[in-house]
Structure formats: structure tokens, C-alpha cells
Design a protein around this ligand. Structure first.
Ligand code: NDP
Length: 521
């Protein structure tokens, strides 16, 4: 049966949706299954800044079925009324659509409850079961349960075990489905990811596990496959015969802010490259799936990782570069060096910049390097994929001083969302001067619609049972395998050059030794 659909109110401009020919007659939102969503870690940072606003937007958009309930579960003491007030306050601060409308808020607030709980105490999980059972009895659509683990990763296994002990596991729930959403990171290295997976699979089979990589929920990321497989002009040149290199960047201007404690144990390779950036690589390099089915797509993504040449310890110096930011000035104000940030060790060896070169050993990509980089305190906030094509084989045009640049297709993910193509054009006049020009598409101005935030899309998908945008275990495990030699080397060998780049720059100079063609930030 097709999903029910609604038109969402995310207009970027004042023009009504139907006035834009690119959207006229379209419906954009899919209604989800009614369920009870339990947010473990509901007093935390992610819940207030991302998850709660996403639930609110789903409610505003009419996508949250009327019988959906929200249950917060964390240590901070609240009663139901107090937690509702807290949610209202947080929405006022963090909602993307401004302070909540009073009447609409009431219709959501009455469905919000809270359990003051400690994950170590089985009695609190029994209390949760009683609450869920009572709600299921009241609702004609009861029985469906979505457990969202928005907690520090070390407690994921504990929650999963407690769910089983309290008979909140999928097999004990005969009335509906039970799914679990697991926040990132899924493990901190290969061994811990495997250990976590062993815990997860004791209770939830893979079809019920939704591992979040919120990058996959971003519209321009979803459009990578549409660009490639809903058009005919790109695929014929999307291979080693025409592509010279691919570079994927996830750059931030911010430092670690208030997350120093977490970040100092993670670093850029674990925090960004192993998950977000590698998932982008998979979407760019995958073969066309046989269908739009979640597993058909996820199998093709896994096959990319399987084909990446496994780095050895002795390769690390040639394929990976790390950096750590020093002190400097940002927006005219003094900025601390990484080692002076709150909760960061003063002698920290953690990288705040990582760049890696991978090679995919298959017919499509043999000998095409994929360069990945991510870092904090860089010149610009920018996430993008740049596919650089080979140079023209024979120079016909251009005065002798003109450079004839290769074509570059840039898929912009954030903060700009769009596609840009660089090509060479003749400058008007009797001479044969050649200059690079750009063809640009921007989602906001094109469709006159704001992309829904990633979490909104992902929570809706988990409620619908669509796993396409969630990472499957085989891909997670393989991604850890690929970065393990780099992680081990960097943990074993201190980098005596740290700090080795200034805030507001391009990252460490050593990144240019890995690849001289990085696009300036
Ligand atoms: P916080 O530390 O802000 O929140 C942790 C939450 O877990 C709090 O609600 C805390 O309750 C609860 N908690 C921890 N231990 C227990 C316990 N033993 N019993 C009951 N409750 C407990 O973490 P974040 O919200 O920042 O992160 C949550 C997850 O989301 C992590 O996996 C993180 O990696 C991921 N994430 C976070 C992002 C962010 O921007 N914050 C971005 C991307 C992913 P209390 O405080 O009441 O004690």
C-alpha cells in the first residue's frame, strides 16, 4: 500500500508552493506509522537541539500521526508537566520555525511524558514497560515502539540489555513493531564496534536497527544518487576514463566548543571521516542499485568499501595526514589553541584535522584517487564533493598565458546546497582567451523550498521502517577496518609538530604533500 502523503510547509520564500512550476502538483511528506518514541537521554544536548525540534516539525507538517507518543527517559528529575515545560523552553530556543504556536503545542504536549531514570536500574525499565503497555491499551494503533538511544555511547549496551530484561525486546512485543535508533558513533574502533554489534544483535536483528549518520538525511546527500541515476549524461563519464580525482571535504570554522571532553577521545578521523565522509564516498562511487529498495542500495554502498584497498600500517605515512589547530584569531577575536580548550588534555595528541587518500580497486575506479579531508577551525564551513575530470587531450584554445582548467562538478552539501559545474569558455573578443565559468544550481532558489533538517527526515523514516538512509552493519564494520591502521599509527606515534595549523586557514601544510589539488576553502 503506498504511503499516505502530505504537502509540507517549508517554503523558503513567500510564494505559495503551487506557484513554483518545479513543485506544482507535488506532495512532499510521507505520513509515518503511529508509535511511541522513547528518547533515552532526553535531558541531553542532542535531544534539545536536534531531536525535539525535528519531532515538532514532523508534528507541524502533519506527518506525526495523532496517536504518536513521546517519552523522555533520563536522570535529571522531571515530572510530566515539568518535562513539557522544559520541552517548550527548548523549542522556543532551538526550533527552526520560531517559537511554538500555543494551540498546536498543546496537541503535542499532551502526548509527552517523562520517566526520571537511571539506565543501571531495572526498575525504571519496568516502569517504562508499564507506561508503554498502558498507552498501547488506550490506543487503537498501539504496539509500535521506537527506542532512540541519544545517550553517551558507552551506555548503549546497558540500555539494550535492560530492554531485554524488561521484556521490551521485539520478540516480547506481539502487538506491533519494535525498532532501535542508535546514535553515532557506533564503536570507537573496530573491536568496540564489533563488541557493540554483538550486544545489539542479541536483541535486535538487523532489520530493526537504525544506525544514524545524520549526513545521510541531508537533501543534497540524497540527491547524489538522483543526480547520477535519474540523468543519463553523468554516468557515461563517471569512471576512470574521464575522472581524474575526487575530493570530499567536511570543513568547519568552529573549534570543539563545549564538546572537548568527547572530542579529545575521538578526533577528526573517528568523528567525521569513518562515518560521514566515507558515506559520501560510497554514494559517489557506488554502482547503480537494481532497485530503490533499502538493501539493494546499502549492498552497493558496502561493495564500494569492500573494494577500497585495505591500507597497511606501512602505508599510513603516504596516505594520511593529521593536524591540530593552534591559537590565532577568528573574526577578529583571539581564539584558543586546541590544547587550551575546556576538557582537552594540555598535551593532547588528538587530531582536529585529518586527510586520507583511498583507492577503489574495481573496473570503474582503478587508479582514481579519492581524497577525503575534515577539520575544525578552518577558513570556511563547507561540505562538498568535487569530481575533477581529466584535462583536454589536446590544446586548441587559449592564448599562451591562459590556463585551460579541467572541468569540475561540485556537489555542495552545506551550508550551500546545490550543484556547480566549472567549464571553460571563450572570452568575447577577437582573441582566443579562455576563462573558467560556472553553471550553478541552488536547491533553495530552484525549488523555493527549504530542505527539511536531516533529523526530521531520519526520525520519520525510522517510524516508517525505511532503512535506506541508515548504515548497515557490514558497511560500518568495513569502514572501521579501513581506518584502523591509521588510527593505530596515530595513537602509537605522537605528532611532535602539533599544533601545526592556524585557525582560519586551510589546515596543515603537510596536507598539500598528500594532494596538491585541494580546492581552497
Ligand atoms: P549529553 O551528554 O548532552 O546527554 C546525555 C544524556 O544521557 C543525558 O540526558 C543524560 O541524562 C543521559 N544519561 C547518561 N547516562 C545516564 C544514565 N546512567 N542514566 C540515565 N540517563 C543517563 O549527550 P549528547 O546529547 O550530546 O549526545 C547523545 C548522543 O548523541 C551521543 O551518542 C553523541 O555522540 C550523539 N551525537 C550528539 C551530537 C550533539 O550535537 N550533541 C551530534 C551528533 C551525535 P542526565 O544529563 O539527565 O544525567
Amino acid at each position: 500500500m503506498p504511503d499516505a502523503v502530505v504537502t509540507q510547509a517549508h517554503d523558503a520564500g513567500s510564494r505559495p508552493a503551487a506557484a513554483n512550476p518545479l513543485r506544482s502538483g507535488l506532495t512532499t511528506g510521507r505520513i509515518s506509522d503511529a508509535c511511541n518514541i522513547v528518547f533515552f537521554g532526553a535531558s541531553g544536548d542532542l535531544f534539545k537541539r536536534m531531536l525535539l525540534p525535528a519531532i515538532w516539525e514532523l508534528h507541524r507538517g502533519g506527518i506525526l500521526p495523532a496517536q504518536t507518543g513521546i517519552i523522555g527517559f533520563a536522570r535529571t528529575a522531571f515530572d510530566d508537566a515539568g518535562f513539557r515545560d522544559y520541552c517548550h523552553e527548548q523549542l522556543t530556543a532551538f526550533s527552526t520555525s520560531g517559537p511554538p504556536d500555543d494551540e498546536l503545542w498543546k496537541t503535542l504536549a499532551e502526548r509527552i511524558s517523562y520517566i526520571t531514570a537511571d539506565f543501571t536500574d531495572p526498575a525504571h525499565f519496568t516502569q517504562l514497560k508499564d507506561l508503554l503497555d498502558a498507552r498501547d491499551k488506550k490506543s487503537s494503533k498501539g504496539g509500535n515502539r521506537l527506542f532512540y538511544l541519544a545517550t553517551p555511547p558507552p551506555v548503549f549496551p546497558q540500555i539494550i540489555r535492560q530492554l531485554q530484561t524488561a521484556k521490551l525486546d521485539p520478540h516480547s512485543n506481539k502487538k506491533g513493531w519494535t525498532r532501535v535508533v542508535i546514535e553515532k558513533p557506533f564503536g570507537t574502533d573496530l573491536a568496540s564496534a564489533r563488541a557493540l554489534q554483538r550486544e545489539v544483535e542479541q536483541v535486535f536483528d538487523e532489520s530493526r536497527v537504525y544506525r544514524i549518520d545524520h549526513y545521510l538525511g541531508k537533501e543534497p546527500v540524497q540527491d547524489i544518487m538522483a543526480l547520477r541515476f535519474a540523468n543519463t549524461i553523468f554516468e557515461p563519464v563517471w569512471n576512470r576514463n574521464y575522472v581524474d580525482s575526487v575530493q570530499i571535504t567536511a570543513a568547519e570554522t568552529l573549534g570543539v566548543e563545549e564538546r572537548g571532553g568527547y572530542y579529545d577521545g575521538a578526533g577528526a578521523l573517528r568523528d567525521m571521516i569513518q562515518n560521514h565522509v566515507m558515506n559520501l564516498l560510497a554514494l559517489v562511487a557506488m554502482e547503480p542499485p537494481s532497485s530503490n529498495d533499502a538493501d539493494a542500495i546499502r549492498t552497493e554502498k558496502y561493495k564500494v568499501f569492500a573494494a577500497i584497498r585495505q591500507p597497511k600500517l606501512e602505508d599510513v605515512a603516504q596516505i594520511a595526514v593529521r593536524g591540530q589547530y593552534g591559537k590565532g584569531t577568528v573574526d577578529g577575536k583571539p581564539a584558543k589553541e586546541y590544547r587550551e580548550e575546556d576538557d582537552v588534555r594540555p598535551d593532547s595528541n588528538t587530531e582536529t584535522f585529518a586527510a586520507v587518500k583511498f583507492e577503489i580497486e574495481n573496473w570503474r575506479w582503478a587508479s582514481v584517487p579519492f581524497y577525503l579531508r575534515s577539520g575544525k577551525r578552518l577558513a570556511r564551513k563547507r561540505s562538498e564533493i568535487a569530481v575533477t575530470f581529466k584535462s583536454v587531450p589536446h590544446r586548441l584554445y587559449g592564448e599562451s598565458t591562459d590556463a585551460i582548467e579541467p572541468n569540475v562538478l561540485v556537489l555542495k552539501i552545506q551550508p550551500d546546497e546545490g550543484i556547480s559545474m566549472r567549464f571553460e569558455a571563450k572570452v568575447p573578443g577577437s582573441k582566443q582567451h579562455i576563462r573558467s565559468v560556472f553553471m550553478d544550481f541552488n536547491y533553495g532558489t530552484g525549488f523555493r523550498i527549504e530542505s527539511p533538517p536531516a533529523y526530521e527526515r531520519l526520525i520519520g523514516d525510522a517510524m516508517r521502517g525505511d532503512q535506506t538512509l541508515f548504515t548497515r552493519w557490514d558497511a560500518v564494520e568495513r569502514a572501521w577496518e579501513l581506518v584502523t591502521p591509521i588510527l593505530e599509527t596515530w595513537l602509537a606515534e605522537r605528532d611532535s609538530s602539533f599544533p601545526n595549523y592556524l585557525p582560519g586557514g586551510q589546515g596543515p601544510a603537510t596536507a598539500d604533500k598528500l594532494f596538491s589539488g585541494w580546492r581552497p576553502l
